[in-house]
Design a protein around this ligand. Structure first.
Ligand code: EPZ
Length: 426
């Protein structure tokens, strides 16, 4: 077990390279199962979630090689059964459903269960599989899906009560690329990570139109072939560092970003008085913190709206921004675990039915805190950078799931932060 020890009060200055996207990598790595030819994926971040996915692909029978951000996968012969032991550590393993179903016409995947950010249902994934003609059974916590007569293209309305589903759209796209006939996905998710998956599949010979819009049309093909693909930059890591720079920075530059993917976060930071400058190409951004920042209001929404994966980090920013800020999460209404830990550091936050009301305080105080989920842990790191005194963040494995070397990157721009063994019991 490890912890992060952060001594607050340093000013962040300098340049950081943003890693490849975790949330684009996961479905793309799963999609490598759709061909028996070699697949190369570049800029795969070295985080536990991608490593779990690579372990599972190996256990399913694929050969997996990884060297400095490059992954080479050859899925010649694969099993169709993922075990609880393999997938219990990562909810996103549900994105194995589409490729396994398309390649093997059957799959057994343990239900992902919930997590601290809320209940994580899979009813839309089941709707997608059944629409293509598969039979779905749930027995002792396992999704058992079979399509003995093959998969047949269909029109699928994929909207749920909380809007589109990212991994549900991915699963349906990955199942449909080898189905017979045409599949139309309505209310598809428009996230850049869905578009990156569509680009990956197209480079393997899939026929996909409309990725990035709410209607995606897929013409099934016989077979997919090898490819070499570089994943997009991680827009949530970039947003997290933009928030850090706005909280505790004096000129921080991020390289390897994508301006188009950061419009909601950029707009919010500018509305709060911070200065955000992109270069002409839009792949480098410099953030200068406002001398007198103003409060803000966030309502999360599916892309291109404000991302739910950034609301915890912004809550940390609002904690020391004068005035009253409001954060409402319409996608994961329970995603406020970070607030109780921020309050232990002196933040003034009231949480009620899917909304946090934050009254800015003059200062936060360092304290021992507990990480609870990936983005909540990031919020605690940001608060610790700003706080007076020392903060110890326990259960660091939460942050290592999705941030590549966050302590090294923060160290390189002047943070006083170190990773240490944690003798505290989990
Ligand atoms: C993806 O999760 C991301 N994970 C999440 O990021 C992100 O928060 C989420 O999309 C929303 O943008 C990956 O890409 C690996 P959803 P996903 O299906 O696809 C409901 C992070 O921090 N829903 O788009 O699992 C669901 O409850 C992670 O990097 C159903 O009702 O999320 C939620 O309210 C956390 N039925 C809404 O849809 C279903 O069958 C959106 O969820 C599926 C989802």
């Amino acid at each position: 077990m490890e912890k992060l020890v952060v001594h607050g009060g340093c000013t962040l200055r300098g340049t950081v390279n943003i890693s490849g996207s975790k949330n684009a990598s996961l479905p793309i790595l799963a999609a490598a199962l759709l061909t028996d030819e070699p697949v190369v994926v570049r800029r795969v971040p070295d985080v536990s979630d991608t490593n779990y996915m690579l372990q599972i692909l190996g256990q399913l029978g694929a050969s997996v090689e990884r060297y400095s951000g490059i992954v080479r996968i050859v899925a010649k012969e694969i099993d169709s059964v993922a075990t609880y032991e393999q997938v219990r550590k990562m909810r996103a393993s549900i994105c194995l459903m589409g490729p396994l179903l398309a390649r093997k016409l059957e799959c057994h995947i343990p239900l992902p269960g919930g997590c601290v950010i809320g209940d994580r249902p899979v009813d839309l994934h089941i709707r997608a599989a059944e629409a293509l003609g598969a039979k779905v059974e749930i027995a002792s916590g396992v999704l058992k899906i079979a399509a003995p007569n093959g998969l047949k293209g269909a029109n699928v309305e994929l909207r749920g009560d909380n809007g589109p589903t990212v991994l549900g759209t991915d699963n349906l796209m990955m199942a449909a690329v080898l189905a017979k006939g045409t599949t139309v996905i309505d209310s598809a998710a428009c996230e850049p990570e869905v578009v990156d998956l569509a680009h990956f599949l197209t480079s393997m010979g899939a026929k996909i139109e409309g990725a990035g819009t709410s209607r995606i049309v897929i013409q099934g093909v016989e077979k997919l072939h090898s490819t070499d693909h570089t994943v997009i930059p991680d827009r949530i890591e970039a947003g997290t560092f933009m928030a850090a720079a706005a909280m505790a920075g004096d000129g921080v530059t991020l390289r390897r970003v994508c301006r188009e993917h950061l419009t909601a976060v950029t707009r919010l930071l500018e509305e709060c008085g911070h200065t955000i400058c992109f270069n002409k190409e839009g792949d480098v951004v410099t953030i200068v913190a406002a001398k007198n920042p103003t409060s803000g209001k966030i309502v999360t929404a599916p892309y291109p709206g404000f991302p739910t994966d950034m609301q915890a980090q912004m809550t940390a920013l609002f904690a020391t921004t004068p005035g009253i800020s409001v954060v409402k999460d319409t996608i994961f209404p329970q995603r406020f675990m970070h607030c109780s830990e921020l309050k232990r550091m002196g933040a003034d936050i009231k949480v009620d039915n899917g909304r946090a009301v934050i009254t800015g305080v003059k200062k936060l105080s360092g304290a021992p805190v507990m990480a609870s989920d990936l983005r909540a842990s990031a919020a605690l790191v940001l608060a610790a950078l700003k706080a007076e005194g020392t903060t110890e963040i326990h259960r660091l494995y939460h942050i290592d799931r999705g941030y590549e070397m966050i302590d090294e990157k923060l160290l390189s721009i002047g943070a006083a932060i170190e990773r240490k063994p944690d003798d505290e019991e989990d």
